[in-house]
Design a protein around this ligand. Structure first.
Ligand code: SF4
Length: 232
């Protein structure tokens, strides 16, 4: 195991080199080798996806895992797939992102007061990491949370991200293993650490195409995060 990183940049470099989950590493490499026809001329990233954003962020957006042909292709969270196409216009409108669309890690996007990460950093088959793979990846989140010194609000994108954050809080000794916190879209909790958590449906196509998660609903989440983080 690599030693604790001193900066978020060093931590990201360690994450990119991680090989704790052989199944996920093989899957990402295979997707990168075969590629989707629409992206045949892309050189896929194919490695664990580092987090992205403003190291001084007051808000963390926490997702589930990279998409096979999105982040696993572009090398940046929520960049180059349907979830990102839904997320970034909202982040732009809420004042967190410099551009309304994310297309590649060289597109010039700058985040202000926001850090984007996920509980699993390698694209899993069928978007389903195993419980062991989630546990393997958890130490990266622990380190990341300790390095985000200005953090006040976490927006959990989906139930697995929420469970991952609660597990992190438990590991850090600040939450009992059993608690009464229940995931629901738009719910808001304050952890014993003072960190505020807002839960949202994940912006996956199955939620956004069906209207389960609409743009006004999602914008409300990030506007609320801004306000709770003292950014207004
Ligand atoms: S999912 Fe996380 S722990 Fe597993 S190989 Fe990828 S970065 Fe490492």
């Amino acid at each position: 195991m690599t030693g604790a990183a001193a900066t978020l940049e060093t931590l990201n470099a360690q994450i990119v080199a991680c090989d704790r989950c052989p199944r996920l590493r093989e899957h990402c490499a295979e997707v990168a080798r075969v590629r989707r026809r629409a992206y045949a001329d892309w050189e896929y990233w194919g490695k664990p996806v580092p987090s992205f954003g403003d190291p001084a962020a007051r808000v963390l957006a926490l997702g589930l895992a990279p998409g096979a042909h999105g982040s696993n292709r572009t090398g940046r969270p929520f960049t180059g797939d349907g979830s990102g196409d839904f997320l970034f216009p909202v982040l732009h409108q809420a004042g967190f992102a410099s551009l309304p669309a994310a297309t590649s890690r060289n597109d010039g996007m700058i985040l202000k007061n926001l850090w984007i990460s996920s509980v699993v950093r390698c694209a899993p088959p069928a978007n389903k990491p195993t419980p062991q793979e989630q546990r393997n990846c958890a130490p990266w989140l622990d380190q990341e949370m300790s390095l985000l010194k200005n953090l006040r609000v976490v927006v959990c994108l989906g139930r697995i991200a929420f469970d991952g954050l609660l597990a992190h809080a438990h590991r850090s000794g600040k939450m009992p293993a059993r608690n009464r916190l229940v995931f629901a879209h738009g719910a808001e909790f304050t952890l014993p650490t003072g960190l505020i958590v807002i839960t949202s449906y994940h912006p996956s196509l199955q939620n956004t195409n069906t209207g389960k998660l609409t743009r006004p609903m999602f914008l409300d989440i990030f506007k609320r995060a801004r306000k709770l983080a003292g950014l207004e």
